[in-house]
Design a protein around this ligand. Sequence first.
Ligand code: NBG
Length: 833
Amino acid sequence: NTAVAPDTEAQAVAPEHTRTGMSKASLKQAYIDNLFYIQGRFREVATPHDLYMAAAFTVRDRMLDRWVKSAQVYKTSHSRTLCYLSAEYLLGPHLANNLVNLGIAEVAKRAGEELDLDFNAILEEEEEPGLGNGGLGRLAACYMDSLATVQIPAIGYGIRYEFGIFDQIIQDGWQVERSDTWLRNGNPWEIPRPKISFPVMYGGHTEHYRDHAERPRVRWVPDMVISGVAFDTPVLGYGVDNVNLLRLWKAEAPESFDFQVFNVGDYYGAVHAKIEAETISKVLYPNDDPEAGKELRLKQQYFFVSCSIQDMIRLHLNTVGPLETFHEKFVAQLNDTHPAIAVAELMRLLMDDHEMPWDTAWAITRATFCYTNHTLLPEALETWSVGLFERLLPRHLEIIYEINRRFLDEVRMRYLGDEERVARMSLIDEAGGRRIRMAHLAVVGARAVNGVAALHSELIKTTLLKDFYEMAPERFHNVTNGVTPRRFIVVSNPRLAGLITEMCGNDRWIRDLECLRDLETHADDPGLQARWREVKTAAKSDLAVWLKQHAGVVLDPQTMMFDIQAKRLHEYKRQHLNVLHIIRVYQRLKQNPNLGMTPRAFIFGGKAAPGYYMAKLMIKLINSVAEVINNDPQVNGYIRVAFMPDFNVKNGQRLYPAADLSEQISLAGKEASGTGNMKFSMNGALTVGTLDGANIEIREEVGAENFFLFGMTAEEVRRKQTEGYRPWDYYHGDHELKSDIDLITSGLFSHGDTSLFRPLTDHLINNDPFMVLADYRAYLDCQDRISEVYDRPAEWDRMSILNVARMGKFSSDRSIREYAERIWSIEPKPIGV
Ligand code: NBG
């Protein structure tokens, strides 16, 4: 069931006479039926939303067929199952992706045409579930796609936030946040499971007692109980019949709880309890890095972890049997430390509810969990105050103390007399208010730990978790991130996908991205280069139309290089370095209006955490520079600046295909991996980048000659930091740099206001924690080289083709296979039909 073209295979699954047939005729019939029987509409009165819903249900029915079969096979074959525990899933729109994975994108389009439907308008109608912040949440979504595609039985567990990541609008150049009401019109992709529901407890105290056999036992008496209800979304693999489960939990007040209060006559108290319970899954925290100490966030984490572990135990008891084999049935991957409390929760359930002794419970727990670290930034490493834990999760605090006591004894035994090491490794940070180090809990409770790119995994071993690495080096791994080529090439860039398929002679590359290598031999072919360029220009035109409508900026897709930086706004990602380059080009043009330069459109996209002042100021700066440049007739034939509002998955899909140049300019050692870097290269953009995160591996793959490298290495950064970095010296030592920064403070971009951007420029000159000034000159020189190459189209196109041809490694299918083989020990389980 592997090498069959998806269209044919899909037809084999559902014969024509069934209600989920895949032919054009059955699709048309099903669509009309769904419009009528589900939406209660006929064509003449249907709204665009009705038309979308009917399409979504038509596609969903065809997935459910396969889902039921997958569930049956997984159950009867007792398949080992991967549970991905993640507080975020940045899924993006489902419809187009599911059509592609079902293999019916083409036939559905034709069916739509015959029904006189505007296919693109229907796709546009979908509101995307933005249940994540950025890279980490999107990675979880790519991994769900790949798990199904490489046929690994898997359940993704998470939270069904009622409000996902905020919508960003730009007002007067500033970011303004609007709440994301994605569920407002209903979500056709999910199936509520009111009967799959678990109690989740908070607060109260613990009681230690002896049971009938005189064994010491613990009972947790909470002061609040809520319930978590499952909502399931099917996730279909590409070109296979495997459908996995994404199970998201919604918080509700348990009925019985309501009743109790109601019975004693406290109606308002009951209502209040209900509201408080439902608050828990209300909204996603919009920060890349956790805000310290937010109680509701800890409640959310524990909420979805507790429901998920209880669900796993239920599944195990229903299918396999005794919990002693729990770790043989399940592996649980912790996506960062957000679900790390799972270590204590599994211990609690095994011991308190299922009467297991500590050692057995601990052996099972340690064998179940694996932990992925996604950042080295100190401000992003989660810790929770012991006081908060004591109030919210008193039983878990006891368990964590006991885990710590036993663990530190081991450390002491191993490193006699090294009490400093003991303090460094403790799960409790004793310095300045006692705090629980969630990363340490995850490491101690997991059998494998991994970073997300080669450099990052090395830095974990030599800095962040050095002591742990020394103690158990065999538990440390690297799995470099990947992205799904289904969404990020086939769905978002159909023209490129078509050209690649034609050049390769088949579409195998979609499930085996290494096949793109076939393009290499054509890299110098002027015929391919011309078509390659046409595809790129067409994507640029689409983006230009969109940006004109949504950002009010006019860009010329024919003459301008599209230079794009799209990612969260963060100082370490250095959007301000990009801005300094724009200002330099602007000044050059002003000094010499006849400078024949390569025209460029500088395009930005990204959200700032609502409380991150400096990041918001960077957005304002970009928009302010844009306003001046775009309205200056002396330069605007050469350069323009655009800020795309509301960068999300849907809008990302407009950006990646249209980029000539991808900006990956973080300070070396700070970006754990990056995944946007992969999405851009896969779509033929060349990268200007530092030796950071996965950039290093991208450069290795595509060849140094096809990558624009600049800046310090992580090692050089470290050295400069220890020697004492003085941005002031750079500012005074480079008159162009000084004049670019001074132009910002002059008020030119702020209608004469010389104080507006002062916080940003002062910070650069005096502190510059991410060494923008140190890399400025190298960045500018590199950008000049880039402009020169862009003026030699044959050379540029060749490089672009080679970039795509050599991106095989960065498919998330490869990442998942590595996890499955090296970390999880899970075999693919094909669904034969
Ligand atoms: C982010 C990193 C990125 C990385 C993604 C996915 C967090 C905490 N980390 O570099 O900053 O690509 O994770 O691994 O969001």
